[in-house]
Design a binder for this molecule. Sequence first.
Ligand SMILES: Cc1cc2nc3c(=O)[nH]c(=O)nc-3n(C[C@H](O)[C@H](O)[C@H](O)COP(=O)(O)O)c2cc1C
Length: 228
Amino acid sequence: MHKTIEPSILYFGTPVALISSLNEDGAANLAPMSSAWWLGWSCMLGLGSMGQTSENLIRTRQCVINLPSQHEVSRVDRLALTTGRNPVPEKKQSWGYRYEADKFGIAGFTPVPSVEVLPPRVAECPVQMEGIVHDCRPFGKNVSANCFEVHIVKLHMDESLLVGDGPRPHIDPEKWRPLIMSFCRFFGRGEEVHPSRLAESDFMKFVRNGTGSPPTANPPIGSAETRT
Ligand SMILES: Cc1cc2nc3c(=O)[nH]c(=O)nc-3n(C[C@H](O)[C@H](O)[C@H](O)COP(=O)(O)O)c2cc1C
């Protein structure tokens, strides 16, 4: 039996990301968020328009999308209810937000220089994606937010999460433990629940090794074929 309901958010569960960006004075800002998904080497980010990160991405068009694992959860939680925007917008003040100039510092994260963009990476995050904002537009029906299409220009991966030592190593999903936010609460990842026919298909062999049947008419969306 199903029931139709109207909850205020549809936050079913997505990975937590920490977005580093540069403020107008050149200082680094770091914002936890979780409205993020990927297609090929592009990422879509949903960010509230009152936040400093939204403003920074519109102005500089650069960011790093850092993915913490579930082990970094207490550091991530220290960033909750903080903003790099000064003064804090009234609405956010009423929700309990405070201004923080040094988000890396309060969370105990270490900034390290990026290769292709100016905002720093977060050393403690196993995944660090340097990105260029390709497009941005207002998003949403009942939120004041922007969506950003970010093209990944450099990917840094913790070596312990990789399989294969050839020229194109891959990320081992058995080792990668993303931190997930679902309805504003933190979760880790469970065990694999079923073999995947897609993962075992010729298409994925092609994606991984460049061998097997080449993909034809309709490759799965988000595959390597969509990379430019
Ligand atoms: C785990 C977590 C996930 C969040 N997800 C989002 C999100 O997807 N989009 C968003 O706009 N804000 C999200 N927030 C709230 C932002 O962190 C908040 O808007 C903050 O002000 C952003 O920092 P900034 O103002 O310095 O950019 C999240 C907060 C936490 C702690």
